[in-house]
Design a protein around this ligand. Structure first.
Ligand code: 2PG
Ligand code: MG
Length: 412
């Protein structure tokens, strides 16, 4: 049984150039687990807080004054690491120590344990041997909170090569569509600067419909049929548009407003017209009933809750009861610790809610979530297409193929 022999936190930067926390955990004086916490731009109301008072320094101070509590623990015993954090901070949202610390400490512990035990991380996280590769789901065009003025109001247009038989092929198809889309955007607007949003998706000056149209064209130009070899997905991130005061979705950039009924129509038309396989946060984070309407209307589409369920087991129970989604995003830092997130995954499986393990818009070059996606039997791995911090997660999928422990692609 390995033992934690040292633990250290430091402040450094994420892909947006914002300060974050990284944690090193060493087991048996030789096995380093190192994890840097990511952060979101479109943040759900009920997520764990990243840092106390939004201040990474305060997280580091809180961690530094409790380091000794982790020495001697078994890093493979996730529950005991989690319980130790919970003794330091028992608040529901990790407001004392910060969700980023809970994220980094729990994942660094299991990373270090996997190295000490000489097994891949995903093997440490599950006893299940019937594992499949999740389909990479990547951002090809960005707007909303991830890109500047003039870009679409909707946050992400995503590609998923759902007809691919291998993970290598699925990744290559995503790259090809991303590249083809650039050519189309350049043709459409000679002034297009090749600018990209926070997650590597192109950030053109386009309205929502035109952005979807050109994304579909990129797939068709490559000879693909939408809904067959490839499918588009959309993260509407609708809480960004929702105005509690007006009780309407305000599409500032394109200049229109939707009542809740019109929003359901708007989303339904997009799902049908572009044969979406995936629709995330199609209504705002507290609109469980409207989500339920979409879920019953589109049983074959992954009607996915992100801000809606924020990787929170109790909220997921409510969503399951109301049949508000048939799929859910799993972002470890929304719940805080990896233990919390794995409990969430159990609850999702219990309710036949499919999982999509996801990056954040502000990321590190770490690739632990690739293992977490496999271990939680996620159907998709939402990690972007290009950008060093995105490709890192895709490259890890390719390394994992070398173990020959995972057979085939997930069934969506
Ligand atoms: C989302 C994510 C990731 P953020 O909304 O799903 O794509 O963005 O990390 O900004 O919440
Ligand atoms: Mg989202």
């Amino acid at each position: 049984m390995p033992k934690i022999t040292s633990i250290k936190g430091r402040l450094l930067y994420n892909s947006r150039g914002s300060k974050t926390i990284e944690v090193d955990i060493v087991s048996d004086k030789s096995h380093l687990g190192r994890v840097c916490a990511p952060s979101g731009a479109s943040v759900g109301k009920y997520e764990a807080v990243s840092f106390p008072d939004n201040n990474p320094e305060k997280s580091l101070v809180a961690l530094n004054s409790n380091l000794k509590k982790f020495i001697g623990l078994d890093p493979s015993n996730l529950k005991s690491i989690h319980d130790t954090i919970r003794k330091i901070d028992s608040s529901t949202s990790y407001s004392k120590i910060g969700g980023s610390v809970a994220f980094a400490v729990t994942i660094a512990a299991v990373d270090s344990a996997a190295k000490a035990l000489g097994i891949p991380l995903f093997k440490l996280l599950t006893k299940d041997t019937d594992l499949r590769f999740p389909f990479p789901l990547g951002n090809i065009l960005g707007g909303g909170a991830h890109a500047g003025p003039g870009t679409p109001d909707i946050q992400e247009i995503l590609i998923c090569a759902k007809g691919s038989k291998t993970v290598n092929d699925a990744i290559e198809v995503n790259f090809a569509v991303h590249k083809e889309l650039r050519k189309i955007l350049q043709k459409n607007d000679p002034g297009f600067t090749n600018g990209r949003g926070d997650e590597g998706g192109w950030a053109p000056k386009l309205d929502n419909q035109k952005a979807l149209e050109l994304s579909a064209k990129a797939c068709e130009n490559l000879g693909y049929t939408l809904g067959k070899e490839v499918s588009l997905g959309v993260d509407f991130a609708s809480s960004t548009q929702w105005s509690e005061k007006k009780k309407k979705y305000v599409y500032d950039r394109e200049g229109f407003e939707n009542t809740p009924e019109e929003q359901i129509e708007f989303v339904s038309e997009i799902i049908k017209k572009y044969k979406l396989v995936y629709a995330e946060d199609a209504v705002h984070e507290e609109a469980f009933e409207e989500m339920a309407i979409l879920t019953s209307k589109f049983p074959k589409v992954l009607i996915t809750g992100d801000d809606l369920v924020v990787t929170n087991t109790e909220i997921l129970k409510k969503a399951a009861k109301l049949k508000a989604c048939n799929a859910a995003i799993l972002k470890v830092n929304q719940s805080g610790s990896l233990y919390d997130a794995l409990e969430f995954a159990k609850e999702a499986h219990k309710n036949k809610i499919r999982l999509i393990t996801s990056h954040r818009s502000g990321e590190a070059i770490d690739s632990h979530i690739t293992h977490i996606g496999i271990a939680t039997k996620s159907k998709m791995l939402k990690v972007g297409v290009v950008g060093g911090e995105r490709v890192a997660k895709l490259n890890e999928l390719l390394r994992i193929t070398e173990y020959d422990l995972i057979h085939g692609m997930a069934e969506i």
